[in-house]
Each structure stands twice: as C-alpha cells, then as structure tokens.
Design a protein around this ligand. Structure first.
Ligand code: PLP
Length: 414
C-alpha cells in the first residue's frame, strides 16, 4: 500500500503508474484470435505456450501460471510444508502480499532488516536470525534490484533452508548473468496491471526446478487436493471394496487419498490472459528499456544534489526499475515530506512503497513492533521516496518530472 502526497490535485501532469506495461494492437489481435478460435477459454494451448516461453525466459524446469501474484505466493508457501513452531525469515520492506499467507500458519516470522543501499534484505541480519527451526527465507527483489542471492543461497545451503523469491518486481532482472526466478528454490511473479508485464490486469506465475513440487502444484491449482492418491485396491481402507449392497460396484471411486495436505483451488489463468502474457513477454525488452531510460534521466537530475542518493546498482546486475527509489540524506537539511509536498504541488504524483510490514497491525498483534528493523524504519519515515517510472510516461512528462525534482531540491537544499 502507498501513502499519497498530502497536496493532491485531481489530475497530475506526471501520474504514478496505474498501468506498468503497454498494450496495443498486438494484444488486441491475439485476444481476438483466441475468441474466434472456438477453443476452450480455460486450460488450453495458450496457457501451455505462455508457460513454455516463461520457462525459457527464467530458465527453470517448471513454470505454472496462476490467477495472481498473491495466489502464487500462497501456493509457494504451501509447498514449504511448514509445521507448528517452524521459523521463517523475511524482509520488512515489501508489499504485504509477500508474507500475508504466513499469518495462516502457526509459525514464527522473523524480520531481518534491510540494507540502506538497496532496501533489500541484509544477509548479515539473516545470518543472526537463523536457528535450527528456520525452515524458509521469503525475500523480495525490491524495485527489481536483486537481493544478494549468492550470500543468501550460501547461508540457505549450509542450514538446509528453502528460499522463496518474490519476483513480482523482477521480471527483467538479471543477477550475475542469471534471471530472477531461478536464483532461489522457488519464485513467484505478478502480472497485475501495475507490473512490468500484465495478463489483462491480473495474473501470476510460479517457477522452480523440483519435479515433486510440480506434481503437487498442478493438482492444487486445478481443484484437486494436495494428497497422495493410490488405487483403492492398494490401500485396503474401508472403501477399498464397495460396501455390500452397492448396486453398481464398478462405479465406486477407484482412488483413495492418503497424506492429505491441503484442499485444491481453482487458480487457472484464462486463455486470453495467457495469450496476452505471451505477447507481453516478447515486449519485455522494450518495456524494460523504457523504464531504464526514465530512471537514467531521473538519476542524472538527482545526482546533481548532495543531499540525496540513489540505490547502488552493481555492475553485474540488470535493474528493470519496476520502481524508481531514492533517499534523502540525513543532515542534508532536505525534509522528505516537504519534498513530497512540493512535487505534488508541481503536478507529480508520488506514492511511498512500502510501509514496513512488521509495523502493520496484524504483525504487531503477533508481537512485532517499532525498533525491530531500525534501518527500514528510518528509511521509511524520513528518507525513502518513489517517483513515477513506467513506460507510458512521455518524454514531456519525464522532462517535467526531472525539472520539478530539480526545482524542489534547489528550493529545499541549503
Ligand atoms: C504486486 C505484488 C504482489 C502481489 O501480486 P498480485 O498479482 O497483485 O496479487 C506480491 N508481492 C509484491 C512485492 C508485489 O509488488
């Protein structure tokens, strides 16, 4: 969730993204093709094609499309087989959906503070929080800037921990030659309207290599239970033989269910959405290039001022700039909220992403609170800003944004 600027005209010269991607005749054409084909609109060829292309893009053995990034996270967290008393380490600086499913499990969540250079989870803080009960690390690549995966995966390996990447911002991210989505053990993507690509407003994907997870997930998203199914003549349970008096014994259900883990759901991405996803994935390089060009212009405007700094982007990383973030330096005399106000008055719509999760009421009710992640708290309350950065911004809007930023920072710097 974001907090809007205090001064808020009804229309902005430079709006924050409602659409993170761009749709044109190519998407309209493919939707028309799907509709005219007379084929099924669910669980058909387009889903298979989209998943195959996604597997190629990310480089994992499996990719399962689902109805949203949130559902992807719910299903991914289910695959962790968390038991009461288990511990999960996560970041406070992400959208609430990253860890919301954990509220449904009897587990202890430990928030590892973030790095002030990237807003990503700090591997040293993770190391301090690991105990013999630590089962998983759930992290995000904030804004699309990858977390320090080599350090994190080394820790995970040493302690037998499963790493979940929330890659909702990170379609287009490359870390040391490898795309986000194959860096941890399991990853989730979102194709929500605001994200780097969209499948008509809602959609998501789960990627990983493990074949046993693939079997379970395929059943789960198609209304079957996550359980072990065995032919009933092999279980010798009460129904292995139809009870006496059943008129049509041949019609008795032929399978028994053992080791029941979870009820299935219907998380199937529709065919038109999957077809649009296929077109959007082809456009990803141009969409990312557009975000990077805007980010370069904003970085150029910002780096003229001493009182602000941008996140560090290592040379071996591709940053797709799902969000554009920068920080106001403490002691610079520039007050973050005054900057937000001036930008709002100058026609720039800003949102701050994201309120530290350990301070949300549902997590405070579990004993979390202020002081737990001092870096994330200080950045959020005093330093951190996000600016509009999405492919639909025109050159004129981008220039207006850079100029408004320069005007506001000049006025506030002393
Ligand atoms: C958007 C987002 C999600 C949720 O995705 P939906 O498709 O909107 O359900 C999860 N995590 C992060 C970091 C996100 O930005």
């Amino acid at each position: 969730m974001g907090i809007s600027t205090p001064a808020r005209p009804t229309t902005f010269t430079v709006p924050y993204a409602r659409m993170g991607s761009q749709l044109d005749e190519r998407e309209v054409g493919i939707v028309r093709e799907v509709m005219a084909s007379g084929q099924t609109l669910s669980q058909g060829l387009w889903r298979d094609r989209f998943e195959e292309r996604f597997r190629e893009h990310v480089g994992t053995r499996h990719a399962f499309s689902v109805t949203s990034g949130t559902v992807a996270l719910e299903l991914a967290i289910h695959l962790l087989d968390l038991e009461p008393g288990d511990e999960v380490i996560t970041t406070p600086q992400t959208y609430q959906a990253t860890i919301q499913p954990l509220l449904n499990y009897d587990v202890t969540v430990r928030f590892a503070d973030v790095l002030p250079t990237s807003l990503n989870i700090d591997p040293d803080r993770i190391a301090e929080l690991i105990t013999p009960r630590t089962k998983a690390i759930v992290l995000v690549h904030y804004a699309g800037l990858p977390a320090q995966m080599d350090e994190i995966m080394a820790l995970a390996e040493r302690h037998g921990i499963v790493v979940v990447e929330d890659a909702a911002h990170a379609l287009g991210t490359v870390y040391r030659g490898r795309p986000a989505g194959q860096l941890g053990h399991i990853a989730t993507f979102s194709f929500h309207s605001s994200k780097n690509i969209t499948t008509l407003g809602e959609g998501g994907m789960i990627t990983f290599d493990r074949d046993d997870w693939a079997d379970r997930l395929d059943r789960l998203r198609g209304n079957e239970s996550d359980a072990v199914f065995v032919p009933s003549d092999q279980t010798f349970g009460p129904f292995s033989q139809p009870p006496a008096g059943v008129l049509y014994p041949g019609r008795a259900y032929t399978h028994e269910c053992t080791e029941f883990r979870r009820a299935g759901t219907n998380a199937t991405l529709s065919e038109p959405a999957a077809a649009v996803g296929l077109v959007q994935l082809d456009k990803l390089p141009e969409l990312v290039a557009r975000r990077q060009a805007i980010a370069a212009r904003l970085t150029e405007a910002l780096t003229r001022f001493d009182g602000v700094r941008v996140p560090e982007v290592p040379a071996d990383v591709v940053h797709p700039y799902h969000l554009f973030t920068f920080f106001v330096e403490p002691g610079s005399g520039i007050e973050r909220d005054a900057l937000l106000r001036r930008l709002g008055e100058d026609g720039v719509e800003t949102y701050l992403r994201y309120f530290p999760l350990h301070l949300l009421p549902e997590w405070r009710a579990q004993g979390h609170g202020y002081g737990e992640c001092p870096v994330a708290e200080r950045l959020w309350f005093e330093q951190h800003m996000n600016l509009p950065c999405h492919p639909s911004l025109t050159m004129t809007q981008t220039e207006h944004l850079a100029d408004a930023l320069t005007r506001a920072l000049t006025a506030l710097s002393r």
